[in-house]
Design a protein around this ligand. Structure first.
Ligand code: SAM
Length: 482
């Protein structure tokens, strides 16, 4: 008898191993069931209603059938559907961000992460507030407005007070026309009280990767330290929500365990959040394991091909249509380019994964977390996106206007994105072009903005956006938003 209960607050009940194994069996049995596959694709298709376009999504069981299906023409249909859903809810906007590594001190023993406490090669660093300031200025000078802060887990070196102080410093810096308007946080699982402090500090999304949903593997991969506790880690998002954070970001580290297991677990986690808190995850990240210092790559033999990786991205898009999806510079330009069409809505640009890396001339390797595949500058990434007809967006309006959790989902569901997110994207892109872009990027960008302004349905909104864009060009007025 399965103990599965999406409404339970116990990790082993909302991520039930028995339910995942049954799901995988059901998926295997039905992977050539064309009638079922067609019905699932039909169910997931966007539908026009009086309130706007809606999308039913798929359950973990249903999506697992599609993941198991290896019929080439059905896979093509999945990709086309993923692209259609992305277009319906996110349009061609891609939100930009950069990670900021604060400290690589860590007391955990994670076997895949170079921060593990036994690694004697890595140079341990923790930014002082002066150094945080210098890093933030370097990021602002590139044009970034949104950061994800990263730190190892170390209650002595990086206590919550240190993280809170860094957030305060980051928000306080206004260099030239620059400012960081949204700080997302990727730190280890913590207490309700600490989540409340993060909420009060004005964070955007709280991000925590599950790494693996497979409990036995999880315990082996995290042999020592507080992260060893599977239940405490898996139940972190419930504590974060209890602490008042309503935008949470999920993810697994692909390559640690079998991908079909992880995929089912990830969707069950999303269903659990929806069942208990009435709102699913704000984002899902899809990191893949990378080569790193003092990590024995032969220990991990569950790596996935680019083809499987892209299929996973497309199916997450189909299964949870209202959840943003993030891809980092762990991936190459080619993989990122294809992933954008399959459902990704947020990417990082010009990332450095070393503590203090943004103030160094050369990319430093002595304190970095993993190899970065996409090493282009932000200007190059922005231009590349626009040449592929995406709109790079530096927008941070939603959470600053209180549109978090289900209020953001409502915006998505009622099709107001074209009247709200779209003009916000164009206005923040204009800021970027005027303040930071190269001449070549400006040329591509202004032509794109011209074309895209015409797509705003409400005339009044179109007029305001056009006026604001003119003001950004002609003055130092910034931060217009709907
Ligand atoms: N220390 C925090 C925690 O315990 O969750 C999170 C910060 S860590 C800098 C961010 C993420 O990097 C981890 O959750 C893990 O998924 C990922 N990571 C660790 N080692 C990696 C590697 N070798 N390749 C790719 N990603 C890795």
């Amino acid at each position: 008898m399965s103990n599965y209960n999406p409404k339970s607050l116990k990790a082993e009940e909302f991520i039930s191993d028995a339910e995942i194994l049954e799901t995988l069996k059901y998926a295997e049995e039905n992977k050539n069931n064309i009638e079922l596959i067609d019905a699932l694709l039909e169910k997931a298709r966007p539908k026009k209603t009086e309130q706007g376009v809606t999308c039913a999504g798929l359950t973990h069981r249903e999506a697992s059938v599609l993941l198991a299906c290896e019929i080439p023409e059905k896979i093509k249909e999945m990709y086309a559907l993923a692209a259609e859903i992305k277009q319906a809810f996110y349009g061609n906007r891609i939100v930009m961000f950069a990670p900021l590594y604060l400290s690589n001190y860590c007391v955990n023993g994670c076997t895949y992460c170079p921060y593990h406490y036994q690694n004697k090669n890595i140079c341990r660093k923790k930014l002082t507030q002066e150094e945080v300031k210098a890093e933030v200025i370097a990021l602002q000078d590139m044009g970034h407005k949104r950061l994800a802060i990263e730190a190892g887990e170390d209650p002595v070196n990086n206590p919550i007070e240190y993280i809170l102080e860094c957030i305060k410093t980051i928000y306080s810096i206004h260099h030239k026309n620059g400012d960081i308007r949204r700080v997302n946080v990727n730190i280890a699982a913590t207490t309700v009280e600490n989540y409340r402090k993060l909420k009060d500090a004005g964070i955007g999304t709280y991000i925590l990767f599950q790494e693996t949903y497979h409990k036995e593997s999880y315990e082996k991969l995290h042999p020592t330290g507080p992260k060893h506790n599977y239940a405490y880690h898996t139940e972190a998002m419930d504590r974060a929500m209890e602490g008042g954070i309503d935008d949470v970001g999920l993810g697994v580290l692909f390559g640690l365990e079998l991908y079909k297991y992880e995929f089912a677990g990830l969707l069950m986690h999303a269903e659990h959040l929806e069942a208990v808190h009435g709102v699913g995850p704000h984002t899902i990240s899809v990191p893949r394991l990378k080569k790193a210092d003092d990590i024995d790559p032969t220990k991990f033999d569950n790596g996935i091909s680019d083809e499987i990786f892209e299929k996973i991205i497309a199916l997450i898009r189909i299964a949870v249509p209202y959840t943003g999806m993030i891809i980092s510079t762990r991936e190459s330009e080619a993989v990122r380019g294809r992933a954008l069409n399959l459902g990704i809505s947020q990417i990082s640009g010009a990332s450095r994964t070393s503590v203090g890396g943004y103030t160094e001339e050369e990319r430093p390797h002595d304190s970095e977390q993993f190899d970065v595949s996409d090493q282009r500058t932000l200007d190059e990434v922005v231009r590349w996106l626009m040449e592929l007809d995406h709109i790079p967006s530096f927008c941070t309006a939603c959470y600053r206007e209180g549109r978090t959790g289900d209020r953001f989902m409502q915006l998505c569901k009622t099709g107001q994105i074209l009247n709200c997110c779209h003009p916000n994207a164009l206005m923040t892109l204009t800021e970027y072009l005027i303040d930071y872009a190269s001449e070549e990027t400006k040329k591509v960008g202004f032509a794109l903005i011209e074309r895209e302004l015409a797509k705003i349905p409400k005339e009044k909104v179109r007029q305001i956006a056009t006026d604001n864009i003119e003001q950004i060009k002609a003055s130092n007025r910034r931060d217009f938003r709907f």
